[in-house]
Ligand binder design. Structure first.
Ligand code: GAF
Length: 373
């Protein structure tokens, strides 16, 4: 395969968003279902082709010095830190057979880092979108999430699923993305909060993500081992939960499996309600998802549980942690005119407990990666 330079303009600006996941947590790497939507927060890449031997000069608003990545750096793990995500995308593209010209890439972002809002995927997908357009890389949009995931799994070394890269690439304004993480079949489900008189409050618990990488990898391997014990390709294929639970000797594994299987059903039920224009009614499913993450998957922490419980007590229709867990953000679905009261209640509860003040904002479903100019 080759990437002809003549098919696109030689410079431009591309953006890719962070995401929140409405529901479907830790289901993606079990071949299951997820329902994220894109945030207005996004990462931008201003890029231009560089003449001469291939090299990629990457600068960023969050680093003092530019990083130069050469062909010799396209070996998994060689570039570390934030530039590793850029090198990972370059590596995944060349490993897939594309020949890339050199480029200068300038990265900026307002996606909060370390808040579970997919800042890594936003970076990968902004770089990937820029490189595809700029270098005329003929990679269908539908294939880009897997390539960006590969950059993160195999170059950076993080065993994430495909949800975040799919959300950052494929989401549409005013819609949530119903994604089958096995087939990557997509349905853009209407998600118009304002018309329903509702708002989605996103509360960043500002909790340090301690041990998150180890715990994430542990959850993933427990699920894969459980699937092997049950004789199914992935936990998505468990049809009879009770029978599966009876077949598993270990209590922790039983809880993990119960979370994944019930969470997949909650995603489907949420999608059914959205298709039926019943956005207001999804609240209990969000809250049930949180309880399942707290009690069965055991990935919540005191700050996120407090945010959820306080939001519900202050009138939220439903609330849950979103993202990989061990901190990060909480979503609260609220009547639009209750948003300030819920936000203040959570801030007050944090102050009472001596937790760092949370940061909250309202989110509407935004657009996936695209060229800005
Ligand atoms: C993180 C991962 F990157 C996703 O792939 C997904 O597993 C999520 O945690 C949990 O649902 O964001």
């Amino acid at each position: 395969m080759s990437a002809g330079n003549g098919t696109s303009a030689e410079q431009g600006v591309w953006v890719a968003p962070g995401r929140v996941n409405l529901i479907g947590e830790h289901t993606d790497y079990n071949d299951g279902f997820v329902l994220p939507f894109a945030l207005p927060h996004r990462t931008s890449v201003t890029a231009r082709l560089l003449p001469g031997p291939a090299r990629w000069v990457v600068s960023s608003s969050f680093a003092a010095e530019p990083v130069t990545i050469g062909p010799d750096d396209l070996v998994p793990g060689r570039v570390t830190g934030w530039a590793g995500y850029v090198a990972g995308v370059l590596w995944a593209l060349t490993d897939a057979g594309f020949t890339l010209p050199g480029a200068e890439l300038s990265v900026g972002s307002d996606v909060p880092v370390g808040a579970g809002l997919s800042s890594s995927a936003a970076l990968e997908c902004a770089v990937l979108t820029a490189l595809c357009d700029l270098a005329g890389v003929d990679l269908p949009v539908a294939d880009r999430p897997r390539l960006a995931q590969r950059a993160e799994n195999d170059y950076v070394g993080v065993p994430c699923g495909v949800m975040d890269q799919a959300a950052s690439t494929l989401c549409r304004t005013g819609h949530a993305l119903f994604l089958d993480c096995r087939s990557l079949a997509v349905e853009h489900v209407p998600f118009d909060l304002a018309t329903a008189g509702l708002a989605m409050l996103v509360v960043d618990s500002r909790t340090p993500h301690q041990h998150v990488d180890n715990e994430y990898a542990l959850r993933r391997s427990t699920c894969e081992q459980a699937a092997r014990q049950l004789g199914v390709p992935a936990l998505r294929d468990v049809d009879d939960l009770d029978a599966a639970l009876r077949a598993l000797p270990d209590a922790v594994t039983r809880r993990r499996v119960r979370h994944v299987v019930t969470e997949n059903q909650r995603v489907r039920d949420t999608v059914d309600l959205l298709r039926a224009d019943r956005l207001r009614d999804i609240g209990p499913l969000l809250t049930a998802s949180h309880r399942s993450m707290r009690d069965d998957y055991e990935i919540t922490v005191a700050q996120v549980d407090l945010a959820v419980d306080t939001a519900l007590a202050a009138g939220a229709l439903g609330a849950r942690m979103t993202g990989g867990g061990f901190g990060g953000c909480v979503l609260a679905l609220v009547d639009a005119d209750r948003a300030d009261a819920v936000r203040e209640a959570v801030a007050g509860a944090y102050a009472d407990r001596g937790f760092d003040a949370p940061v909250a904002f309202l989110a509407e479903a935004g657009a996936g990666a695209h060229r800005l100019r």
